[in-house]
Write a protein that binds this ligand. Structure first.
Ligand SMILES: Nc1ncnc2c1ncn2[C@@H]1O[C@H](COP(=O)(O)OP(=O)(O)OP(=O)(O)O)[C@@H](O)[C@H]1O
Ligand SMILES: [Mg+2]
Length: 586
C-alpha cells in the first residue's frame, strides 16, 4: 500500500486532530500539566548553581539546607504532576484505540463485494492489531510532549546563551551534525519499515491460511508445500530484519559518540574557563544540566520524526480502510418490508460483471413469487450464486433492474432488505460458540421452544439432545466438531428462525443424503408457505417439485418451466437431469 507524501501528511494531521477532538478537555489538561512540569524542571539548575557557589563554597549550612529542601520539593511536585499526566495519557490512548478498532470493524461491514473479494484477512488483522498498536504507542503523548519539549528546549537555550555563548556555539555545531545524520537514518528507516510491513503481511496471510484450514491442509497433504513457501519467506524477511536492526544500532552508536563528544567539550572547555576564572563551578554544573535539558528534548523532537515516519505507514493503512468508500449506503431512508409486502422479486434484463471482467450475468429475466419455490440450476460457474449476491446488493447490477414488490431494489433501505433475505450457502459461517447461540445469533426474542421445534423439523434435535451439554455445547472454531450435514442443518434452522420474507438455499443441502434432504424439505414446507423461496441445487432431485425452474448457462437463462415441461423440451435441463441420473436411461 503506497501513499504519496501529501496523503501521508494529511493522514497524520487527521489522526492527531481525531485524537484531540475526541479528548479536547483531557488533552488541554495534559498539556498544561506538561508545561508546569517543564517550568518546574527548568528552575532546578539555578538552585544547583546556588547550592554549589553560594552555600557550599561560602560554607553557609542553613542556606544549603533550605536550597536542598527546595530542590527536593520541586522535584517531588514535578514528579506528582507527571504521574497525573501519565494517567491522562493512558486514558486517552486506550479510549482512542478502542474507538478506532470499533470504527474500522463497523466500516468493514459496510463495504462492497469487490472489497470483500480482494481483502486479505492477514493484512486486515495486521491493521487491527499491529498498526493500531503502533499508532497507539505514538499517540497523543507524542504530540503533547513535542510541544512541552519545544518549550523546555527554547527556555534552556535562552539560559545557555546567557551563561556561556561560546561554549554553546561549540556544542551547537555538534548538535547540528547529529540532527543531520539522524534525519538521514530516519528516511532509510521509514523506507525499510514499509518493506518489512508488507513482507510480514504476506507471511501473516500464509500462516492464517494454514491455521484456519489446518484440517484440510493435513488431509490434502499440503504441509510440505506450505513449509517450502513459508520457510523461504521467513528466511528472506529474517535477513531484512537483521539489516533493519543493524541500521537502528548504527543510529544509536552515532548518537552515543556525538553525545560523548558533547560531554568532553562541556567539561574540557568549561573546566578551562573555570581555571581561567571566567566561570564558576556551580555555573558549569548548571550549564551542563541546561545542556541536557536542551539536548534531551531536542533529541526527542528529532527522534519523534522517526516515530511519526514509522507510524505513518500504520496511519495510512488504517485510514485506507476507513476511507474505503461505502458503495452502497446502509441507512438510507429507503423502502422497508412491511406486513403487506409480497416479497415478489423480479429481475428485468439484468447484466452484471465482476470488476472489469466479461459479463457473468447476461440479460437475465426472472420472477420469484411468495409461497412458491423457484429453483435455479445450471453447471458450475454459470452465475447462480451471483444472482443471489446481486439480490443481497453485495454488488450493483450493470444494466437492467431488480425489483421487489415492483419497487427497485436500489430504493430499499439496505439494512432492512438484508434482514429480510436469509441465505443458506455452501460456505457456512459458524461461530466458536454454543449451538444455541449459533442458531439464534443471540437474538433474545427467540424462545427455546421455537428453537427446539425448528431443530426437530430439520432433524438435528436428536443429535443435539444426545450431546452431554445439549444446546449449550460449544462447537469449536468454524464448527469443526460437526459434520458437514450437521452444519447445514444448523444453518437451515438459523435461517428459518428469523422472520425473513425471502429464503435462499444455495447448495444448502448438498452435504445431506437424499433421504434426509427430502425429509427435511418436506418438514420445513410449512415455514416456506408465506415466504419467497429460491433453491439452487446441483442435485436436481432436490428441486424436482419446484414451481418454476430456471436453467442457466454461461450467465443466461436458457430454459424455464416446471420439471415435467423442461423434460419434455429435451434440451439443457433434460441433459443435466439425465447426465446426473444416467442409470435412469439404461
Ligand atoms: N467475487 C468474484 N470476483 C470475480 N469473479 C467472480 C467472483 N465470484 C464469482 N466469480 C465468477 O463468476 C462466475 C459465476 O460464479 P457463481 O459463483 O455465480 O457461479 P455458480 O453458478 O454459483 O457456480 P457453483 O455451482 O459452482 O456454485 C464464475 O465464473 C466465477 O469465477
Ligand atoms: Mg454457487
Amino acid at each position: 500500500m503506497i501513499s504519496d507524501k501529501s496523503t501521508t501528511r494529511k493522514n497524520i494531521k487527521r489522526f492527531f486532530l481525531m485524537i484531540f477532538k475526541q479528548n479536547r478537555k483531557l488533552s488541554i489538561v495534559a498539556f498544561v500539566i506538561m508545561l508546569i512540569v517543564s517550568a518546574l524542571d527548568l528552575t532546578t539548575p539555578q538552585i544547583m548553581q546556588r547550592i554549589l557557589d553560594d552555600a557550599i563554597k561560602l560554607g553557609k549550612i542553613k542556606l544549603l539546607l533550605a536550597l536542598a529542601i527546595l530542590y527536593a520539593l520541586i522535584n517531588i511536585v514535578s514528579a506528582a504532576f507527571e504521574v497525573g499526566s501519565g494517567y491522562i495519557y493512558s486514558k486517552i490512548k486506550n479510549g482512542v484505540t478502542v474507538k478506532l478498532k470499533v470504527k474500522l470493524l463497523k466500516h468493514l461491514g459496510k463495504l462492497s463485494g469487490d472489497y470483500y473479494t480482494n481483502i486479505k484477512s492477514g493484512n486486515m488483522l495486521q491493521v487491527m492489531e499491529n498498526d493500531i498498536y503502533i499508532v497507539e504507542s505514538m499517540g497523543i503523548e507524542l504530540v503533547i510532549s513535542l510541544v512541552s519539549d519545544a518549550f523546555m528546549a527554547v527556555i534552556a537555550l535562552f539560559f545557555l546563551i546567557r551563561m556561556q555563548w561560546d561554549l554553546l556555539l561549540l556544542l551547537m555545531t555538534l548538535e547540528i551534525a547529529l540532527g543531520f545524520t539522524q534525519s538521514k537514518f530516519t528516511k532509510i528507516l521509514s523506507r525499510k519499515t514499509n518493506e518489512l510491513r508488507d513482507d510480514s503481511g504476506v507471511i501473516s496471510n500464509l500462516v492464517q491460511e494454514y491455521i484456519s484450514n489446518i484440517m484440510l491442509v493435513v488431509m490434502s497433504k499440503s504441509i510440505p508445500k506450505f513449509f517450502r513457501n513459508y520457510i523461504k519467506k521467513e528466511k528472506d524477511i529474517l535477513k531484512k530484519y537483521i539489516h533493519f536492526d543493524m541500521i537502528i544500532s548504527g543510529n544509536s552508536a552515532n548518537v552515543k559518540v556525538v553525545s560523548a563528544l558533547i560531554t568532553v567539550f562541556t567539561y574540557g572547555y568549561g573546566g578551562y574557563k573555570i581555571i581561567k576564572g571566567h566561570m564558576t563551578f556551580g555555573e558549569l554544573i548548571a550549564f551542563e544540566q541546561y545542556v541536557s535539558m536542551f539536548m534531551g528534548p531536542s533529541m526527542r523532537i528529532i527522534r519523534s520524526n522517526t516515530t511519526i515516519q514509522q507510524s505513518a505507514v500504520s496511519i495510512n493503512r488504517i485510514f485506507a480502510v476507513i476511507d474505503e468508500p461505502v458503495i452502497i449506503e446502509q441507512d438510507n431512508d429507503g423502502e422497508v418490508f412491511n406486513k403487506d409486502s409480497n416479497g415478489y422479486i423480479e429481475f428485468k434484463h439484468v447484466d452484471f460483471s465482476y470488476g472489469d471482467g466479461s459479463d457473468v450475468i447476461n440479460d437475465v429475466n426472472m420472477k420469484f413469487e411468495k409461497g412458491k419455490v423457484s429453483a435455479i440450476v445450471g453447471s458450475t460457474g454459470c452465475g447462480k450464486s451471483t444472482i443471489i449476491k446481486l439480490l443481497f446488493r453485495l454488488w450493483e447490477v450493470n444494466n437492467g433492474c431488480i425489483y421487489i414488490d415492483r419497487v427497485s431494489l436500489k430504493k430499499y433501505n439496505l439494512r432492512n432488505l438484508r434482514k429480510n433475505i436469509a441465505i443458506i450457502t455452501q460456505d457456512l459461517l459458524l461461530f466458536d460458540d454454543t449451538i444455541i447461540n449459533n442458531i439464534t445469533l443471540e437474538n433474545k426474542y427467540v424462545s427455546r421452544a421455537e428453537v427446539e421445534y425448528i431443530c426437530k423439523k430439520v432433524q438435528i434435535y436428536d443429535f443435539i439432545a444426545s450431546l452431554p451439554n445439549g444446546f449449550d455445547t460449544v462447537i469449536g472454531e468454524d464448527g469443526v466438531k460437526l459434520s458437514g450435514g450437521q452444519k447445514q442443518k444448523i444453518s437451515i434452522a438459523r435461517a428459518l428462525l428469523g422472520d425473513s420474507r425471502v429464503i435462499v438455499f444455495d447448495e444448502a443441502t448438498s452435504a445431506l443424503d437424499n433421504v434426509s434432504q427430502q425429509n427435511i424439505m418436506g418438514n420445513i414446507s410449512e415455514f416456506l408457505k408465506n415466504r419467497t423461496t429460491i433453491v439452487i441445487a446441483h442435485r436436481l432431485s432436490t428441486i424436482r417439485n419446484a414451481d418454476i425452474i430456471y436453467v442457466m448457462d454461461g450467465g443466461r437463462i436458457v430454459e424455464q418451466g416446471t420439471h415435467d415441461e423442461l423434460i419434455c423440451k429435451n434440451g439443457h435441463y433434460y441433459n443435466l437431469y439425465y447426465g446426473e441420473n444416467i442409470e435412469m436411461l439404461i
